[in-house]
Write a protein that binds this ligand. Structure first.
Ligand SMILES: Cc1cc2nc3c(=O)[nH]c(=O)nc-3n(C[C@H](O)[C@H](O)[C@H](O)COP(=O)(O)OP(=O)(O)OC[C@H]3O[C@@H](n4cnc5c(N)ncnc54)[C@H](O)[C@@H]3O)c2cc1C
Length: 416
């Protein structure tokens, strides 16, 4: 019997497996897929302390309602009477306050700074060699309205001790001499890093396999075995697996799975798309967010550029809307006119579901109801960024050690 079963082999599950394995635990990871193409692969690869504002913030609901009427908007909530979505929406709207943004900034900053440090350490270990660059991140904007908002963001970042600089058009353009830009200005966050998520995931899997972590793939956990306050095991369609500790790291499916244990973890999938240009003929130096369009560009080494965006709150069974990728490409052209790429064929378009918690903070920690269950999910737009830190925190919780940072704000019981 393994010491720990981790349900879900995305970046959160694998980083948890890594730190638990390093702490001497016998670990099994169970995943319902072959683990080769989930949300943790095609994302933009930002490791970003600059993202200290949670998804649930003032103005998002009003803006979201406006955007819902347009098929070209970067944010969309599929109208539905699904109870999970309605409950999530209720908590989400309640969380969109200034007070929530203020109280989330320090926890989000601290976990992201821990994450960057751990990714650097991880990549210097034997067996890890993923593309990782720590040269900061740019945000480009086009309108006066955004500029006023960005000035406030720079002031908030500085207050948090995060280095941020407002750039005029000339300064922003000088940061990216390989492209001509049509923008009003930008922000430069020097603290951010970026990495190739596909390479990170492959390194993690091969390292864990070499270090005796067991993988059970293409088996879906469908239910649990319990005895009072103790979780005894998990059931798949073909087997049952027992362990001493369990980590629920099932991404966008975590809420649904937790409900089988009568736990309320409000969570929905936020679908996003990306394409990776192998030989674009352009070179960018930094990850760049095109602010008004909510599109992210990432240089991934060897002439590769990834372009990603869109947040569709929708069921994971709804077919992808490929037209949204056309919108993403059109919006890139507004900022970088020479970026004129045709819509790629379907097989070149990637999409994944961000596990969106109801308040934009991840769920990390034990639940009151089961003494040996740890939740690690709901990382929304920053799951890659917070992957290593979450893994480390999970191992500390399992090990009953003091956590590296305060994890109270991430309590999975906060909506119970
Ligand atoms: C377009 C896009 C761009 C993004 N860019 C960034 C970025 O730049 N930086 C950043 O930090 N984040 C980014 N994200 C978000 C990030 O990708 C996610 O937050 C992160 O990948 C979530 O990781 P996870 O391990 O929680 O979930 P997943 O990667 O979804 O892994 C969950 C795993 O659980 C498995 N599973 C689910 N249910 C079961 C079950 N019942 N039994 C067994 N297995 C199960 C699934 O098969 C899956 O493999 C982006 C996302 C998108 C879509």
């Amino acid at each position: 019997m393994p010491d720990v079963i981790i349900i879900g082999g995305g970046v959160i599950g694998l980083c948890s497996a890594y730190y638990l394995n390093q702490n001497g635990y016998d670990v099994t990871v169970i995943d319902k897929t072959d683990m080769l193409d989930g949300c943790s692969y095609g994302n933009a690869g930002y490791v970003c302390p600059s993202h200290f504002v949670p998804l649930a913030s003032p103005g998002v609901v009003r803006q979201g309602l406006k955007w819902m009427t347009s098929s070209k908007s970067p944010f969309y909530v599929q109208p539905s009477l699904n109870m999970n979505l309605l409950k999530w929406g209720y908590h989400f709207v309640k969380s969109c306050t200034k007070a929530h943004v203020a109280s989330s900034a320090i926890p989000l900053r601290d976990i992201a700074l821990l994450g960057i440090k751990l990714y650097e350490e991880l990549n210097s270990q034997e067996g890890f060699n993923f593309y990782f660059e720590k040269k900061g991140m740019l945000e480009f904007f086009k309108t006066e309205k955004t500029m006023h908002h960005e000035k406030e963001m720079v002031a908030k970042a500085k207050w948090l001790g995060i280095d941020a600089k407002l750039l005029d058009k000339k300064e922003a353009a000088e940061m990216e001499p390989g492209i001509d830009v049509d923008i009003l200005g930008g922000i430069y966050y020097s603290c951010d890093a970026h990495l190739n998520p596909n390479e990170l995931m492959h390194c993690l899997i091969s390292f864990l396999k070499k270090n005796n972590v067991r993988f059970v793939t293409n088996e879906e956990v469908t239910n649990f075995m319990t005895d009072g306050k103790t979780l005894k095991g998990v059931k798949t369609r073909s087997s049952e697996y027992t362990a001493d500790h369990f980590v629920l790291a099932s991404g966008s499916w975590s809420g649904e799975l937790a409900s089988k244990l009568d736990l309320r973890i409000p969570l929905v999938g936020g679908r996003g798309y990306s394409i990776t240009l192998e030989n674009s003929g352009f070179e960018i130096n930094h990850p760049i967010i095109l602010t008004e369009s909510r599109v992210a560009l990432t240089p991934l080494g060897e002439n590769k550029i990834r372009i990603g965006g869109t947040m569709e709150i929708t069921s994971t069974n709804t077919p992808p809307k490929i037209g949204r990728v056309k919108t993403i490409l059109e919006s890139v052209k507004k900022y970088i006119p020479a970026f004129d790429f045709p819509l790629p064929s379907l097989d070149k378009i990637w999409y994944g579901y961000r596990p969106c918690s109801a308040d934009g903070l991840p769920y990390i920690g034990r639940v009151r109801k089961y003494e040996n269950l740890i939740i690690a999910s709901g990382h929304s737009m920053v799951g890659l960024s917070l992957g290593a830190a979450t893994g480390k925190l999970v191992s500390e919780v399992v090990n009953n050690e003091p956590a590296s940072i305060n994890i109270d704000p991430f309590s999975p019981d906060r909506f119970n």
